[in-house]
Design a protein around this ligand. Structure first.
Ligand code: FES
Length: 63
C-alpha cells in the first residue's frame, strides 16, 4: 500500500527506513531518496515509525 503518493513510497519503504535508523518522517524520506511535497502522508509516516518503537525525534536524548 502506498503511504506517499507524491513519491510513490510504500509501507515497506517507510518500514525499511525505520529499521535502518530513521526516527522521524524527514529522515525516512531522506533514506528513501525522497522529499516531502504535499505533506499529506507525514502524519501516517510518523505514525508508522512511532508504532515500530522509534521515539519521536524530540524525545530522543542528544548524545
Ligand atoms: S503524499 Fe507524501 S508528500 Fe504528498
Amino acid at each position: 500500500m502506498y503511504v506517499c503518493l507524491c513519491n510513490a513510497l510504500k509501507c515497506r519503504d517507510i518500514k525499511s527506513a525505520a529499521e535502518n535508523g530513521a526516527r522521524d518522517a524527514a529522515s525516512a524520506f531522506k533514506a528513501c531518496g525522497a522529499k516531502p511535497r504535499c505533506g499529506r502522508c507525514l502524519e501516517e509516516a510518523t505514525r508508522m515509525i512511532t508504532a515500530m518503537g522509534a521515539a519521536p525525534a524530540h524525545m530522543v536524548p542528544a548524545e
